[in-house]
Ligand binder design. Structure first.
Ligand code: RTP
Length: 155
């Protein structure tokens, strides 16, 4: 699918506990804000074990699953719903490869992390998961409708 301004999507972005502990919240939010995407939901949240397990249910069989759940529940995370054209793939690009040592410089993980088990941020990997994860982490009424004055060169 070619990227187009009409292809408006939602994605779930989460700053993981290491990102919060290291004081990277502002920096990470800025990357998405500066790109021009629209923030629809935002909260600091202590994730319960059951929710972490549900979020990462596709990884249940992996050897690192228990460690992953422990990591995600080890301290507050910042939950975000973002909207914009082609945002699911674009956000994954901004975030960079899962292993921060393989992530390109200029990406969030490429610039800010060195360990796969401490890779500071999550982004939905498909449109379907974007919808699923936004619904999983946010309750009704926690998302906002608003329009942004977008400068003509971003249209
Ligand atoms: P995320 O879901 O967090 O955005 O990450 P991803 O799609 O880039 O990577 P995925 O394969 O879905 O893995 C989810 C998270 O599990 C941790 N992980 N640890 N070998 C390991 O120890 C290992 N592999 C993956 C990472 O925190 C990864 O982001």
């Amino acid at each position: 699918l070619k990227a187009s301004m009409e292809d408006v999507q939602q994605t779930y972005i989460m700053i993981k506990p290491d990102g919060v502990q290291r004081g990277l919240v502002g920096e990470i939010i800025s990357r998405f804000e500066h790109k021009g995407f629209t923030l629809k939901g935002l909260k600091l949240f202590q994730c319960p074990t059951e929710l972490a397990e549900e979020h990462y249910r596709d990884l249940k069989s992996k050897s690192f699953f228990p460690k992953l759940v422990k990591y995600i529940t080890s301290g507050p995370v910042v939950c975000m719903a973002w909207e914009g054209p082609g945002i699911v793939a674009a956000a994954r690009k901004l975030i960079g490869a899962t292993n921060p040592l393989q992530a390109e410089p200029g990406t969030i993980r490429g610039d800010l992390a060195i360990q796969v088990g401490r890779n500071v941020v999550h982004g939905s990997d498909s449109q379907e998961n974007g919808q699923r994860e936004v619904a999983l982490w946010f309750k009704d009424g926690e998302l906002c409708e608003w329009t942004q004055e977008i400068t003509p060169w971003l249209r």
